[in-house]
Design a protein around this ligand. Structure first.
Ligand code: BDP
Length: 637
């Protein structure tokens, strides 16, 4: 299968330290953004080796001239858009194309740099503009871009044909890993029959999942900005580092403004520290009466020719620290009462969708959640920006999910995993909402290579960002977990009375207490229950409770909560329900049209468990935090 060979070659060629920044494209006096998402055309390469598109060079001419094409929305997964099961379950190369107009002045002004950026595409992508290859990228969930100024000026000018080939094949070395299995028994499978095997529990949606943008910068431009914040008494400190490309002598000026527009600090130079008197700290939702305070940092870089590039970055001033029993935000104990999510919804699959994002934040705030984990991959940047603005705290996870095969602990895998962490930290380092990195979910951390693998991974992540703790999510036994010595916080998933002792909710108390005491006894690190829960098919009832009913889900949660309430006085620093909403999985005998552990349905309607959690989270917030005045009516529930 040619895609596997191509992928391995691509993986090896990109295993080098990242050179450039990946600032979120925003408009400014010197920058324009043109969203070219919308309706694209699409063709799946159904040839046996999935290689016809490359052999026939589909990028060289309009895609419609190569064969039949269909409409495809961007952003969206392609899987659930048609009535064709073959498209839903397709594995291999699919081709997207769109013709766009580039403003003439962008082309004419040679001082303008034109960039094409894809928010994310699942999984391995190759990009052409007017038939010329401009970049390729391995990995979903993270952005990639190419400077296309040269290509546009050399080819046909204002008209721009963008072609993107995307391949969803997963191999032992990709993140997440997977394998392609050929079925050779001719009495059961036709010739050439293959399947993609994975070890994760969500549907492997594919396509262009986030917006495709064209944006401009001046030739000499701000390439990256890194801020780190701290404070002492009422003085906030913002250290900044600005990198400029296209000019070696650009003059950099940095200005920090408060929410009312007042300038509170400024400095000249590409590195420095801004001092903010009477600082307004960035506080999580429900921890302060004025949470999520954001300053605005304007960076100006003026090149020798007088051209100035301007970029504005929201900055929240806050600190994060971990002790052996606590998670401290701004030196105050923070208790995670939140959710695990997925990027997942009807029709669009993992495609970015503003109505869904805003609805989900409204639901999280309604239920009194102060945090979520980006299980099991990085979410759209727009989601992190929402979290910054609403004070929702994030554990930011990379796509290291389902690492179960010992062959996925090899050097190529590790090198790629380190690169993905570099891409993740580069993208998300400036978000105050992000308080911890998670490098993996439920890897086979008891396998001998895991010790070395996680030592490297955690220490590399720390070297990229020393201001945040690092963890991974374990489901392994405390005595056999080889990565736990390296992490800052222990995150444990467990499913008592579900996958173990199904139906026996009376055992949860004993088993959960044992779990916590064992882990704490061995490592003396704070613990987050990073997943727990039970499936509930909405509308299914029974009393006494039986598995799959709403009552059973509630009973499981209540039993977990009793133990959390004892242990949060000691070293348990958080609880994240699995899951916020029902989500699609691959088909199997343990899934009824997807995973039903949501406390909301996939359409975001509450099950009984949602009301239980709402009461609990507001009660905890009432005990530990400061509620906003508008919320006083909710606290009486
Ligand atoms: C956990 C996994 C999560 C699954 C969940 C489940 O981390 O991805 O969806 O189990 O089975 O172990 O519901």
């Amino acid at each position: 299968y040619s895609a596997e060979r191509l992928l391995l070659a691509a993986l090896c060629s990109v295993c080098q330290a990242l050179q450039d920044g990946m600032l979120f494209p925003t408009e400014s006096p010197s920058r324009e953004v043109k969203d070219v998402s919308g309706l694209w055309i699409f063709r799946a390469d159904e040839s046996p080796e999935r290689s016809r598109g490359f052999e026939q060079q589909w990028y060289k001419s309009p895609l419609a001239e190569t064969g039949p094409v269909i409409d495809m929305p961007v952003p969206s997964s392609y899987n659930d858009i048609t009535q064709d099961a073959q498209i839903r379950d397709f594995i291999g190369w699919v081709w997207y194309e769109k013709d766009v107009w580039v403003p003439a002045r962008w082309i004419q002004d040679r001082g303008t740099r034109i960039v094409l950026r894809v928010g994310s595409a699942h999984y391995y992508s190759v990009l052409w503009v007017n038939g010329v290859k401009v970049t390729e990228h391995v990995g979903g969930h993270l952005p990639f871009e190419a400077d296309i100024s040269g290509v546009l000026r050399q080819t046909s000018g204002n008209q721009c044909r963008i072609t993107i080939a995307v391949n969803n094949t997963l191999t032992l070395e990709t993140l997440p890993p997977g394998t392609i299995q050929y079925m050779t028994d001719r009495s059961r499978y036709p010739a050439g029959y293959f399947v993609q095997n994975t070890n994760f529990d969500f549907f492997n949606y594919a396509g262009i999942h986030r917006p495709v943008l064209l944006y401009t910068t001046p030739k000499a431009h701000i390439d990256d900005i890194t801020v780190e914040t701290t404070f002492s008494d009422n003085i906030g400190l913002v250290s900044f580092n600005v990198s400029v490309l296209g000019s070696s002598k650009a003059a950099v000026k940095v200005t920090l403004s408060a929410q009312d527009g007042r300038c509170v600090a400024s400095a000249d130079g590409s590195r420095g520290v801004l001092k903010v008197t009477d600082v307004n700290l960035w506080w999580p939702y429900l921890m302060h009466e004025n949470p999520a305070y954001l300053y605005s940092m304007e960076v100006q870089a003026t090149a020798e020719d007088g051209q100035t590039d301007v970029y504005t970055l929201p900055v929240g001033i806050r600190t994060v620290k971990v002790t052996s029993t606590q998670f401290l935000i701004n030196n105050k104990p923070f208790y995670f009462h939140g959710v695990n999510k997925h990027e997942d919804a009807d029709i669009r699959g993992k495609g970015f969708d503003w109505p869904l994002v805003v609805k989900d934040f409204n639901l999280m705030k309604w239920m009194g959640a102060n945090s979520f984990r980006t299980s099991h991959y990085p979410y759209a940047e727009e989601i992190l920006q929402m979290a910054d603005r609403h004070g929702i705290v994030i554990i930011d996870e990379c796509p290291g999910v389902g690492i179960k095969d010992i062959r996925s602990f090899g050097n190529v895998s590790l090198a790629h995993h380190l690169t993905v962490m570099e891409e993740l930290v580069r993208r998300d380092k400036n978000h105050p909402s992000v308080v911890m990195w998670s490098v993996a979910n439920e890897p086979a951390s008891e396998m001998p290579p895991a010790g070395f693998y996680f030592k490297e991974l955690v220490s590399h992540t720390r070297s990229l960002d020393s201001s945040r703790p690092v963890t991974y999510i374990t489901a392994s036994n405390y005595a056999r977990d080889l990565g736990a010595p390296y992490v800052d916080v222990i995150c444990v998933n467990s499913y008592f009375s579900w996958y173990q002792d199904p139906g026996h909710t009376e055992l949860i108390g004993l088993q959960l207490n044992t779990q916590f005491d064992n882990w704490y006894g061995k490592y003396q690190k704070p613990i987050i229950q990073s997943e727990y829960g039970a499936d509930a098919v909405p509308g299914l009832h029974s009393d006494p409770p039986m598995m799959f009913t709403e009552e059973y889900q509630k009973t499981v949660l209540q039993n977990y909560h009793n133990v959390f309430d004892q242990k949060r006085k000691e070293f348990v620093i958080g609880e994240l329900i699995w899951n916020f909403a029902d989500f699609m999985t691959s088909q199997s005998i343990i899934r009824v049209v997807g995973n039903k552990k949501g406390i909301f349905t996939r359409q975001r309607q509450p099950k009984a468990g949602a009301f239980l959690l709402r009461e609990r989270y507001w009660r905890i917030a009432n005990e530990t935090g400061v509620l906003p005045t508008w919320a006083s009516c909710i606290t009486v529930i």
